[in-house]
Design a protein around this ligand. Structure first.
Ligand code: ADP
Length: 552
């Protein structure tokens, strides 16, 4: 039995052991860092000298400096030796690592692999990846490379441990990037496929609509073409080739100009260019040379096609053969000319005879006859105006309407017209605003004709409100003469056509006599005076017809 030790003895023993431990630690450190070559160890059998071979020393230093952990195990798996790196990896002081089993640090999920590794490692060099926990229970992947080591004391298993977490992280990041790349590639491929499909469908649609257009273009009686925004023609229909007898090459782009009648080329080209510049509808009458050299009149119309942004992408045009209509119109004009001439002679005689009857004094006329003579006079007057209008129209068409121009005071002229109007239309209420002393160069008779036509229309087309306002005033370099009524007014489409030959508004409610010649004659007269004619109107509220002439 051990004698009981006193407190002081125990304290001394502890201090002795502590001192020995510190000494041992220093010695281990000295051996590890290569500061000692040999050491004397005291054991039960006395002092013994241990020499460290110089080659071992180099390796020890080398192992100590390694970035990897290094351990040697005995057959029981106990760590006999560890470098400082391994201790650092495991978050333990070196002296605590030695003596522990390596398995102590192996994560549960890697236990089986660890046993397999150790078993295999004792047989031959072997490697595997395992998860180890450090003393703070933090897990990390490691590569463990085993090989056996022949030591003086026997065989040991040396294991080098490489921290794989950075490599694994890199691999993980790489995989993540790869996955993203793969996703992007898949997405791009999908988009590509979609795009291809859309393009294929669009091409099909485009082809169908082009064929549709061609079919339509080739089956209309008109000649048709399409041209680019720069004016170059890029398509003609079959009718064009049939009519001109020329291949595409000869009339493509601006080649069509060669078959336009030389007298019509300037106007056609001007209007074509204006439309290209402004985008307004191209409309012109011209003559195109047929394959047999004969020119025929055509009415050309072209409209601009625009894309979603409103830009012109193409023009589509047609040329309609109006030669036959022109001929028919000419024949009609000729007939009107002859007929009105033929009517004029008996009409003049009729007027004369009626005057004689009216002024017959020898025997008093029966009372009942007098009103008939008045009625006959009125009818003859109407006929007279009609025939005069017809004659004017045929003269205008033949370019034979004459104007003897002279300087005239339009203010006075209009004032005297208003006086006459007061006589002719006593039921209407004329108001006038006339700026005095306005001079123009013109034919008084024809200008009176224009004003009286405006007035008679104002009377004709305003049955309820009998007010009519006539004004003459300066307007810039012009003088404007205007007649305002408060009658039925005109719609926008009617306004556009009102000055055309034989145009009449087909409104059954307001059907009145007339052939639609008056305003046409007026506009031709004003044109011959270098003036402008026009109308402002509110449908259902009234109209203002005016003409502007240059001031003298
Ligand atoms: P018409 O002899 O038939 O009146 P015009 O050439 O003088 O022929 O006029 C052509 C058409 O213009 C008429 O049919 C009529 O519908 C319309 N018009 C002319 N003046 C007026 C007006 N002051 N108010 C409404 N409509 C008018």
């Amino acid at each position: 039995m051990n004698p009981v030790k006193s407190y002081d003895e125990l304290l001394r023993e502890i201090q002795e052991l502590q001192f020995q431990l510190e000494e041992a630690n220093e010695t281990i450190n000295a051996i590890r860092t290569g500061q000692v070559d040999a050491l004397i160890v005291k054991d039960g059998g006395g002092h013994q000298l241990y020499t460290l071979k110089s080659a071992d020393q180099t390796y020890r230093v080398f192992i100590e400096q390694m970035a990897e952990g290094a351990v040697t195990l005995n057959e029981d798996g106990i760590i006999l030796y560890s470098n400082s790196r391994f201790a650092l990896m495991m978050h333990l002081p070196l002296e605590k690592v030695i003596g522990l089993t390596l398995e102590y640090f192996v994560h549960d999920v890697s236990k089986d692999d660890f046993h397999a590794l150790i078993n295999a490692g004792w047989m031959a060099d072997y490697k595997d990846e395992l998860i180890l926990n450090n003393a703070d229970r933090q897990s990390k992947p490691y590569l463990l490379s085993c090989s056996t080591l022949e030591l003086d004391e026997g065989t040991a298993l040396s294991i080098i441990l490489t921290d794989l977490s950075a490599q694994k992280e890199n691999q993980y990041q790489l995989k993540l990037k790869n996955d993203l790349l793969e996703d992007a590639r898949n997405h791009t491929e999908k988009l590509n496929n979609q795009l291809e499909l859309t393009v294929r469908e669009r091409t099909k649609e485009l082809y169908a609509s082009r064929e549709h257009f061609k079919f339509l273009a080739n089956n209309i009686p008109q000649m048709a073409w399409t041209n680019l925004p720069n004016g170059a023609v890029n398509f003609y229909n079959q009718q064009w080739y049939r009519y001109t007898g020329l291949p595409f090459e000869e009339t493509k782009d601006w080649g069509w100009q060669a078959i336009v009648h030389p007298d019509d080329l300037d106007e056609t080209t001007q209007k074509y260019i204006t439309s290209l510049k402004t985008g307004v509808i191209f409309e012109v009458e011209n003559r195109y040379k047929r394959n047999d050299g004969v020119y025929r009149w055509h009415l050309n119309r072209g409209i601009a096609l625009r894309n979603e942004a409103g830009e012109i992408t193409l023009w589509v045009g047609t040329a309609t053969d109006i030669e036959d209509q022109k001929r028919a119109m000419e024949k009609k004009d000729e007939f009107i000319g002859i007929a009105s001439h033929e009517l004029k002679t008996p009409l003049t005689s009729l007027k004369g005879y009626l005057q004689i009857i009216g002024s017959y004094k020898k025997e008093p006329l029966p009372v009942a006859v007098k009103p008939y003579i008045n009625k006959a006079n009125e009818a003859v007057n109407k006929l007279h105006y009609l025939v005069n209008d017809l004659l004017d129209v045929s003269k205008i068409n033949a370019g034979r309407l004459e104007y003897r121009m002279s300087g005239l005071n339009i203010s006075d002229m209009i004032a005297s017209c208003i006086e006459s109007a007061n006589h002719i239309y006593p039921l209407h209420n004329f108001t006038s605003h006339i700026e005095p002393h306005l001079l123009v160069n013109g034919n008084a008779e024809r200008l009176e004709q224009v004003l009286m036509n405006f007035i008679s229309n104002a009377v004709k087309y305003s049955r309820e409100n009998k007010g009519i306002v006539i004004s003459v005033s300066k307007k810039g370099p012009n003088v404007r003469t205007a007649v305002t009524d408060f009658g039925i007014g005109l719609s926008d489409t009617q306004k556009e056509k009102i000055f055309e030959r034989f145009y009449r508004v087909e409104d059954k409610k307001f059907l009145s006599s007339g052939l639609g010649m008056g305003l046409y004659i007026c506009s031709e007269i004003i044109k011959a005076h270098n003036g402008d004619i026009g109308v402002e109107s509110d449908f259902g509220k009234g109209s203002t017809f005016y003409f502007d002439l240059p001031l003298l």
